[in-house]
Design a protein around this ligand. Structure first.
Ligand SMILES: Cc1cc2ncn([C@H]3O[C@H](COP(=O)(O)O)[C@@H](O)[C@H]3O)c2cc1C
Ligand SMILES: O=C(O)c1cccnc1
Length: 346
Protein backbone atom coordinates (compact mmCIF):
# COMPACT_ATOMS: atom_id res chain seq x y z
CA UNK A 1 0.00 0.00 0.00
CA UNK A 2 1.26 3.47 -0.92
CA UNK A 3 2.47 5.25 2.21
CA UNK A 4 0.64 8.44 1.22
CA UNK A 5 -2.69 6.70 0.63
CA UNK A 6 -4.62 7.71 3.76
CA UNK A 7 -8.40 8.08 3.47
CA UNK A 8 -10.49 10.46 5.55
CA UNK A 9 -12.09 8.82 8.58
CA UNK A 10 -15.23 10.87 8.36
CA UNK A 11 -18.15 8.68 9.45
CA UNK A 12 -21.18 10.74 10.41
CA UNK A 13 -23.07 7.69 11.77
CA UNK A 14 -20.31 6.59 14.11
CA UNK A 15 -19.72 10.16 15.23
CA UNK A 16 -23.41 10.54 16.08
CA UNK A 17 -23.40 7.24 17.99
CA UNK A 18 -20.35 8.18 20.07
CA UNK A 19 -21.79 11.62 20.75
CA UNK A 20 -25.06 10.02 21.86
CA UNK A 21 -23.15 7.64 24.13
CA UNK A 22 -21.31 10.59 25.70
CA UNK A 23 -24.52 12.56 26.06
CA UNK A 24 -26.22 9.67 27.93
CA UNK A 25 -23.49 9.51 30.60
CA UNK A 26 -24.39 10.58 34.14
CA UNK A 27 -23.27 14.22 33.91
CA UNK A 28 -24.72 17.49 32.71
CA UNK A 29 -24.58 17.65 28.92
CA UNK A 30 -21.04 18.44 27.75
CA UNK A 31 -19.73 18.80 31.31
CA UNK A 32 -16.48 16.93 30.63
CA UNK A 33 -15.56 19.61 28.11
CA UNK A 34 -12.59 18.85 25.89
CA UNK A 35 -12.18 15.39 27.40
CA UNK A 36 -15.42 14.50 25.63
CA UNK A 37 -14.01 15.80 22.34
CA UNK A 38 -10.91 13.73 22.98
CA UNK A 39 -12.96 10.58 23.59
CA UNK A 40 -14.92 11.27 20.40
CA UNK A 41 -11.74 11.70 18.40
CA UNK A 42 -10.13 8.50 19.70
CA UNK A 43 -13.32 6.50 19.04
CA UNK A 44 -13.52 7.89 15.48
CA UNK A 45 -9.84 7.17 14.81
CA UNK A 46 -10.36 3.55 15.83
CA UNK A 47 -13.84 3.29 14.30
CA UNK A 48 -15.21 1.87 17.57
CA UNK A 49 -17.78 2.87 20.18
CA UNK A 50 -15.52 1.30 22.81
CA UNK A 51 -11.94 2.26 21.91
CA UNK A 52 -8.86 0.82 23.58
CA UNK A 53 -5.37 2.17 24.16
CA UNK A 54 -3.52 -1.04 24.92
CA UNK A 55 0.30 -1.31 24.63
CA UNK A 56 1.10 2.38 24.01
CA UNK A 57 4.45 3.00 22.32
CA UNK A 58 6.69 6.04 22.71
CA UNK A 59 9.05 6.30 19.73
CA UNK A 60 12.01 8.67 20.11
CA UNK A 61 13.84 9.25 16.81
CA UNK A 62 17.35 10.64 17.15
CA UNK A 63 19.81 12.09 14.65
CA UNK A 64 22.50 14.71 14.15
CA UNK A 65 22.41 17.74 11.90
CA UNK A 66 25.03 19.34 9.67
CA UNK A 67 23.60 22.67 10.76
CA UNK A 68 24.67 22.01 14.36
CA UNK A 69 28.23 22.96 13.36
CA UNK A 70 27.03 26.50 12.60
CA UNK A 71 26.43 27.61 16.18
CA UNK A 72 22.65 27.28 16.09
CA UNK A 73 22.29 25.49 19.44
CA UNK A 74 23.32 26.36 23.00
CA UNK A 75 24.70 22.80 23.39
CA UNK A 76 27.33 20.76 21.54
CA UNK A 77 26.58 18.03 19.01
CA UNK A 78 27.88 15.24 21.32
CA UNK A 79 24.80 15.73 23.52
CA UNK A 80 22.72 13.85 20.93
CA UNK A 81 24.48 10.50 21.40
CA UNK A 82 25.03 11.07 25.11
CA UNK A 83 21.29 11.66 25.59
CA UNK A 84 20.42 8.55 23.57
CA UNK A 85 22.44 6.53 26.08
CA UNK A 86 20.85 8.44 28.97
CA UNK A 87 17.39 7.65 27.59
CA UNK A 88 18.24 3.95 27.27
CA UNK A 89 19.75 3.90 30.77
CA UNK A 90 16.50 5.29 32.18
CA UNK A 91 17.76 8.71 33.29
CA UNK A 92 16.29 11.15 30.75
CA UNK A 93 13.07 13.04 31.41
CA UNK A 94 11.31 10.92 28.81
CA UNK A 95 12.59 7.72 30.44
CA UNK A 96 11.17 8.73 33.82
CA UNK A 97 7.81 9.74 32.36
CA UNK A 98 7.53 6.66 30.13
CA UNK A 99 8.22 4.44 33.14
CA UNK A 100 5.64 6.26 35.24
CA UNK A 101 2.96 6.05 32.54
CA UNK A 102 3.57 2.45 31.43
CA UNK A 103 4.71 3.52 27.96
CA UNK A 104 7.13 1.29 26.07
CA UNK A 105 10.08 3.45 25.03
CA UNK A 106 11.95 2.77 21.80
CA UNK A 107 14.88 4.98 20.82
CA UNK A 108 15.81 4.91 17.12
CA UNK A 109 19.25 5.89 15.86
CA UNK A 110 18.29 7.50 12.56
CA UNK A 111 21.74 9.05 12.03
CA UNK A 112 23.41 9.97 15.31
CA UNK A 113 27.17 10.59 15.02
CA UNK A 114 28.03 7.59 17.18
CA UNK A 115 28.25 3.81 16.93
CA UNK A 116 25.92 2.31 19.53
CA UNK A 117 26.20 -1.20 20.90
CA UNK A 118 22.99 -3.13 20.19
CA UNK A 119 20.83 -3.09 23.30
CA UNK A 120 17.20 -3.50 24.37
CA UNK A 121 15.04 -0.52 23.45
CA UNK A 122 17.42 0.69 20.71
CA UNK A 123 16.54 0.41 17.02
CA UNK A 124 19.33 1.14 14.57
CA UNK A 125 17.95 2.60 11.35
CA UNK A 126 20.69 4.70 9.86
CA UNK A 127 20.56 5.77 6.22
CA UNK A 128 23.53 4.73 4.09
CA UNK A 129 25.84 7.68 3.53
CA UNK A 130 24.36 9.69 6.42
CA UNK A 131 25.50 7.54 9.35
CA UNK A 132 26.70 10.67 11.20
CA UNK A 133 23.74 12.89 10.35
CA UNK A 134 22.56 15.21 7.60
CA UNK A 135 24.66 17.56 5.48
CA UNK A 136 24.86 21.26 6.28
CA UNK A 137 21.74 22.82 4.74
CA UNK A 138 23.47 26.19 4.32
CA UNK A 139 25.50 24.52 1.56
CA UNK A 140 22.66 22.73 -0.25
CA UNK A 141 20.13 19.96 0.48
CA UNK A 142 20.54 18.24 3.86
CA UNK A 143 19.57 14.92 2.23
CA UNK A 144 19.14 13.62 -1.30
CA UNK A 145 15.67 12.54 -2.40
CA UNK A 146 16.61 8.86 -2.09
CA UNK A 147 18.17 9.28 1.37
CA UNK A 148 15.01 11.02 2.53
CA UNK A 149 12.84 8.29 0.98
CA UNK A 150 14.92 5.71 2.88
CA UNK A 151 14.34 7.55 6.17
CA UNK A 152 10.58 7.65 5.46
CA UNK A 153 10.61 3.90 4.77
CA UNK A 154 12.62 3.24 7.94
CA UNK A 155 10.04 5.15 9.98
CA UNK A 156 7.14 3.30 8.39
CA UNK A 157 8.84 -0.04 9.06
CA UNK A 158 9.50 0.95 12.69
CA UNK A 159 5.88 1.93 13.28
CA UNK A 160 4.57 -1.27 11.67
CA UNK A 161 6.88 -3.34 13.88
CA UNK A 162 5.67 -1.72 17.09
CA UNK A 163 2.49 -3.19 18.60
CA UNK A 164 -0.35 -1.26 20.19
CA UNK A 165 -3.10 1.17 19.37
CA UNK A 166 -1.32 4.45 20.15
CA UNK A 167 1.98 5.93 19.03
CA UNK A 168 3.54 8.77 21.03
CA UNK A 169 6.18 10.79 19.18
CA UNK A 170 9.51 12.00 20.57
CA UNK A 171 12.90 13.11 19.23
CA UNK A 172 16.49 13.91 20.12
CA UNK A 173 19.02 15.78 18.00
CA UNK A 174 21.09 18.86 18.75
CA UNK A 175 20.15 21.50 16.17
CA UNK A 176 16.76 20.05 15.36
CA UNK A 177 14.78 23.17 16.30
CA UNK A 178 16.66 24.69 13.34
CA UNK A 179 15.52 21.97 10.94
CA UNK A 180 11.95 22.24 12.26
CA UNK A 181 12.04 26.03 11.87
CA UNK A 182 13.14 25.71 8.25
CA UNK A 183 10.33 23.27 7.55
CA UNK A 184 7.80 25.56 9.21
CA UNK A 185 8.94 28.55 7.18
CA UNK A 186 8.88 26.75 3.83
CA UNK A 187 5.65 24.81 4.46
CA UNK A 188 3.65 27.75 5.82
CA UNK A 189 5.30 30.70 4.05
CA UNK A 190 5.33 32.59 7.37
CA UNK A 191 8.21 35.04 7.98
CA UNK A 192 11.32 33.34 9.38
CA UNK A 193 11.26 35.56 12.48
CA UNK A 194 7.82 34.14 13.35
CA UNK A 195 9.13 30.57 13.05
CA UNK A 196 12.53 30.74 14.77
CA UNK A 197 13.03 30.38 18.53
CA UNK A 198 15.64 29.92 21.24
CA UNK A 199 15.68 26.09 21.21
CA UNK A 200 17.85 24.87 24.09
CA UNK A 201 18.13 28.46 25.38
CA UNK A 202 20.00 30.82 23.04
CA UNK A 203 20.64 34.39 24.17
CA UNK A 204 19.70 37.34 21.93
CA UNK A 205 23.01 37.43 20.05
CA UNK A 206 22.96 33.68 19.39
CA UNK A 207 19.33 33.85 18.28
CA UNK A 208 20.32 36.52 15.73
CA UNK A 209 23.09 34.22 14.51
CA UNK A 210 20.72 31.24 14.27
CA UNK A 211 18.27 33.37 12.26
CA UNK A 212 21.02 34.43 9.83
CA UNK A 213 22.19 30.82 9.40
CA UNK A 214 18.64 29.67 8.72
CA UNK A 215 18.15 32.47 6.21
CA UNK A 216 21.24 31.17 4.43
CA UNK A 217 19.86 27.61 4.44
CA UNK A 218 16.56 28.80 2.95
CA UNK A 219 18.42 30.68 0.21
CA UNK A 220 20.63 27.65 -0.53
CA UNK A 221 17.50 25.51 -0.97
CA UNK A 222 15.16 27.95 -2.66
CA UNK A 223 14.19 25.34 -5.29
CA UNK A 224 12.55 23.01 -2.74
CA UNK A 225 8.77 23.59 -2.94
CA UNK A 226 7.07 20.15 -2.77
CA UNK A 227 6.63 18.55 0.69
CA UNK A 228 9.01 15.61 0.16
CA UNK A 229 11.55 17.84 -1.52
CA UNK A 230 11.30 20.37 1.33
CA UNK A 231 11.77 17.56 3.88
CA UNK A 232 14.91 16.34 2.09
CA UNK A 233 16.41 19.79 1.63
CA UNK A 234 15.67 21.34 5.02
CA UNK A 235 14.67 18.56 7.42
CA UNK A 236 16.55 16.04 9.50
CA UNK A 237 16.82 12.27 9.58
CA UNK A 238 14.87 11.96 12.83
CA UNK A 239 12.13 14.21 11.44
CA UNK A 240 11.92 12.24 8.17
CA UNK A 241 11.87 8.93 10.05
CA UNK A 242 9.08 10.27 12.28
CA UNK A 243 7.17 11.43 9.18
CA UNK A 244 7.31 7.86 7.83
CA UNK A 245 6.19 6.48 11.20
CA UNK A 246 3.29 8.94 11.32
CA UNK A 247 2.11 7.95 7.82
CA UNK A 248 2.24 4.23 8.64
CA UNK A 249 0.54 4.69 12.02
CA UNK A 250 -2.16 6.81 10.36
CA UNK A 251 -2.78 4.06 7.81
CA UNK A 252 -3.21 1.60 10.69
CA UNK A 253 -5.68 3.97 12.40
CA UNK A 254 -3.54 4.34 15.47
CA UNK A 255 -3.90 7.32 17.75
CA UNK A 256 -0.85 9.55 17.20
CA UNK A 257 0.11 11.75 20.15
CA UNK A 258 2.29 14.63 18.99
CA UNK A 259 4.83 16.20 21.33
CA UNK A 260 6.39 19.64 20.71
CA UNK A 261 7.79 21.79 17.92
CA UNK A 262 9.95 19.14 16.26
CA UNK A 263 7.43 16.32 16.19
CA UNK A 264 4.91 18.86 14.88
CA UNK A 265 7.31 19.42 11.98
CA UNK A 266 7.20 15.69 11.16
CA UNK A 267 3.40 15.66 11.35
CA UNK A 268 3.10 18.84 9.26
CA UNK A 269 5.14 17.24 6.47
CA UNK A 270 3.02 14.07 6.71
CA UNK A 271 -0.15 16.20 6.57
CA UNK A 272 1.17 18.06 3.53
CA UNK A 273 1.62 14.68 1.83
CA UNK A 274 -1.66 13.17 3.11
CA UNK A 275 -4.00 15.70 4.79
CA UNK A 276 -6.19 13.07 6.54
CA UNK A 277 -3.20 12.31 8.81
CA UNK A 278 -4.33 15.17 11.03
CA UNK A 279 -7.61 13.35 11.84
CA UNK A 280 -5.50 10.69 13.60
CA UNK A 281 -3.42 13.16 15.64
CA UNK A 282 -3.82 14.54 19.13
CA UNK A 283 -1.53 17.47 19.96
CA UNK A 284 -0.19 17.09 23.49
CA UNK A 285 0.98 20.60 24.30
CA UNK A 286 2.02 24.04 23.11
CA UNK A 287 5.78 24.26 23.48
CA UNK A 288 7.54 27.40 24.69
CA UNK A 289 9.48 27.33 21.39
CA UNK A 290 8.05 30.52 19.99
CA UNK A 291 6.84 29.28 16.60
CA UNK A 292 4.97 26.28 17.95
CA UNK A 293 1.70 27.92 19.00
CA UNK A 294 1.56 29.76 15.65
CA UNK A 295 2.12 26.54 13.76
CA UNK A 296 -0.58 24.70 15.69
CA UNK A 297 -2.96 27.54 14.93
CA UNK A 298 -2.07 27.39 11.24
CA UNK A 299 -2.73 23.64 11.26
CA UNK A 300 -6.10 24.36 12.89
CA UNK A 301 -5.45 22.19 15.94
CA UNK A 302 -5.69 22.83 19.68
CA UNK A 303 -3.10 21.36 22.06
CA UNK A 304 -4.23 19.71 25.30
CA UNK A 305 -1.69 21.35 27.63
CA UNK A 306 0.32 24.55 27.89
CA UNK A 307 3.01 24.00 30.53
CA UNK A 308 5.88 26.10 29.19
CA UNK A 309 7.79 22.94 28.23
CA UNK A 310 10.70 23.33 25.80
CA UNK A 311 12.37 19.98 26.04
CA UNK A 312 11.10 17.68 23.33
CA UNK A 313 12.10 13.98 23.71
CA UNK A 314 8.38 13.11 23.86
CA UNK A 315 8.14 14.56 27.38
CA UNK A 316 4.98 16.56 26.62
CA UNK A 317 3.34 13.59 24.93
CA UNK A 318 4.09 11.40 27.96
CA UNK A 319 2.68 14.07 30.29
CA UNK A 320 -0.55 14.34 28.26
CA UNK A 321 -1.01 10.58 27.94
CA UNK A 322 -3.15 10.13 31.11
CA UNK A 323 -5.73 12.51 29.62
CA UNK A 324 -6.22 10.11 26.71
CA UNK A 325 -6.51 7.18 29.10
CA UNK A 326 -9.10 9.09 31.14
CA UNK A 327 -11.09 10.02 28.02
CA UNK A 328 -11.29 6.38 26.93
CA UNK A 329 -12.09 5.07 30.41
CA UNK A 330 -14.88 7.62 30.83
CA UNK A 331 -16.39 6.68 27.48
CA UNK A 332 -16.13 2.95 28.21
CA UNK A 333 -16.90 2.77 31.92
CA UNK A 334 -19.18 5.63 33.00
CA UNK A 335 -22.77 4.68 33.68
CA UNK A 336 -25.60 6.14 31.61
CA UNK A 337 -28.71 7.82 33.05
CA UNK A 338 -30.61 4.63 32.18
CA UNK A 339 -28.14 2.10 33.63
CA UNK A 340 -27.63 4.05 36.87
CA UNK A 341 -31.25 5.17 37.31
CA UNK A 342 -30.29 8.85 37.58
CA UNK A 343 -32.91 11.49 36.75
CA UNK A 344 -32.40 13.59 33.66
CA UNK A 345 -32.70 17.35 33.15
CA UNK A 346 -36.11 18.96 33.76
C1 LIG B 1 20.82 17.93 27.71
C2 LIG B 1 19.73 18.08 26.65
C3 LIG B 1 18.66 17.19 26.64
C4 LIG B 1 17.66 17.33 25.67
N1 LIG B 1 16.54 16.61 25.44
C5 LIG B 1 15.93 17.13 24.41
N2 LIG B 1 16.57 18.18 23.93
C6 LIG B 1 16.07 19.00 22.86
O1 LIG B 1 16.99 20.01 22.45
C7 LIG B 1 17.45 19.84 21.14
C8 LIG B 1 16.93 20.90 20.24
O2 LIG B 1 17.36 22.18 20.58
P1 LIG B 1 18.47 22.95 19.72
O3 LIG B 1 17.91 23.08 18.33
O4 LIG B 1 18.62 24.27 20.42
O5 LIG B 1 19.71 22.12 19.77
C9 LIG B 1 16.94 18.49 20.71
O6 LIG B 1 17.90 17.51 20.99
C10 LIG B 1 15.72 18.32 21.53
O7 LIG B 1 15.30 17.00 21.64
C11 LIG B 1 17.69 18.33 24.71
C12 LIG B 1 18.78 19.22 24.70
C13 LIG B 1 19.80 19.10 25.68
C14 LIG B 1 20.95 20.05 25.66
O1 LIG C 1 9.09 21.82 21.50
C1 LIG C 1 10.05 21.08 21.25
O2 LIG C 1 9.91 20.00 20.67
C2 LIG C 1 11.45 21.51 21.66
C3 LIG C 1 11.71 22.79 22.10
C4 LIG C 1 12.99 23.14 22.46
C5 LIG C 1 13.99 22.22 22.38
N1 LIG C 1 13.73 20.99 21.95
C6 LIG C 1 12.47 20.63 21.60
Amino acid sequence: MNLFDIPSLHDADLQAQVQHKLDRKTKPLGALGRIEQLALRIACIQGRLTPSLEAPQLLVCAADHGLSRQGVSAYPREVSWQMVLNMLAGGAAVSVLARQQGLTLTVADCGVAHVFEPQPGLAICKVAGLEEGTRDATQGPAMTASECAQALENGAALARRLPGKALLLGEMGIGNTSAATLLMQRLTGMPLVDCVGRGTGLDDASLARKTAVLQQALAANSQAREPQHILAALGGLEIATLTGAVLAAAQQRRVILVDGFITTAAVAVAAALAPAVLERCVFAHASAESGHARWLQRLGVQPLLDLGLRLGEGSGAALAWPLLVSAVNLLNEMASFDSAGVSESC
